[in-house]
Write a protein of this length. Structure first.
Length: 138
C-alpha cells in the first residue's frame, strides 16, 4: 500500500522495475484519496491476490502529480515463498526403561528405542554360549 504525507486525491498505480530498468505496471491507474490522518491508503493487492518479485526487481508506487512538499511512501510485507511454511516432525515414541538387572545393561539403539543386552552370549552370563558376543533381548 502507499500513502502520501499530505491528504490528496490523485491517480495512483504500482509497477515493478526490472533489473534491466524496464517499468512493468501491475495495477491500472485509479483515482484515490489518500490521507494519513484518517488512515486512508491506496492498496495494491486486494483479497486473494499476490505479487512475486524476483531477485533484483523493485516495487514502485506512482501518482500523477505531486502536491508541493509531499512524499510518497510504500509499505509492503514480503514473504519468502521458497521457504516452507511449516516443518513436520514425527513425535518421539515414549520410551520406558526398566531398572537395570544384575548382569544386564542398556545398549543404545535408534533415537526412540532401546534394547537390553546380556553379556556372555545367548545363554546369559556363565551359561555356555560364550564367544557369540552380546545378543539383544527384546
Amino acid at each position: 500500500m502507499l500513502f502520501s504525507t499530505v491528504a490528496e486525491t490523485q491517480n495512483y498505480w504500482f509497477s515493478i522495475l526490472s533489473r534491466d530498468g524496464i517499468d512493468f505496471p501491475v495495477t491500472i491507474p485509479a483515482e484515490a484519496t489518500v490521507d494519513t490522518a484518517i488512515k486512508r491508503y491506496y492498496p495494491m493487492l486486494r483479497e486473494g491476490m499476490e505479487l512475486k518479485l524476483f531477485p533484483g526487481e523493485s516495487l514502485y508506487g506512482y501518482r500523477d502529480d505531486a502536491t508541493a512538499g509531499s512524499f510518497l511512501y510504500i509499505y509492503a510485507r514480503f514473504i519468502e515463498s521458497d521457504l516452507p511454511y511449516f516443518q513436520y516432525r514425527e513425535p518421539l515414541k515414549p520410551v520406558t526403561r526398566k531398572a537395570s538387572e544384575h548382569g544386564r545393561a542398556f545398549a543404545s539403539g535408534k533415537l526412540s528405542t532401546s534394547s537390553m543386552v546380556e553379556p556372555g552370549g545367548p545363554g546369559g552370563p556363565g551359561e555356555g554360549g560364550g564367544g557369540g558376543g552380546p545378543e539383544p533381548v527384546i
